[in-house]
Design a protein around this ligand. Structure first.
Ligand SMILES: [Zn+2]
Length: 87
């Protein structure tokens, strides 16, 4: 199974992995990660297609507030991928 994760580095050269099942909106604080099933943030009105994918480690950190089905898919993809996920 091909990995859906995208691997890159941030501005400081740190390795990051992002997951296309979630995206970040413009909100500060805790509620900036949205499932791909949501098209728009009800608070800041950011739209999914204009926003970046969420980082895997941040999705895991907020997993208790996200849809368990999507988090489960991401976790099984994490197990299937042979590549190391940077946290
Ligand atoms: Zn928002």
């Amino acid at each position: 199974m091909r990995s859906l994760f995208e691997f890159s580095t941030d501005a400081s050269g740190k390795a990051i992995a992002t997951c296309p099942l979630f995206w970040d909106c413009e909100c500060d604080g805790e509620d900036y990660i949205h499932p791909v099933t949501a098209d728009e943030c009800p608070v800041c009105k950011a739209r999914r297609e204009e926003q970046p994918d969420s980082r895997v480690n941040e999705v895991m950190y907020h997993a208790d507030k996200l849809p368990p089905g999507l988090v489960g898919i991401m976790e099984s993809m994490l197990e299937d991928t042979g590549e190391p996920i940077p946290f």
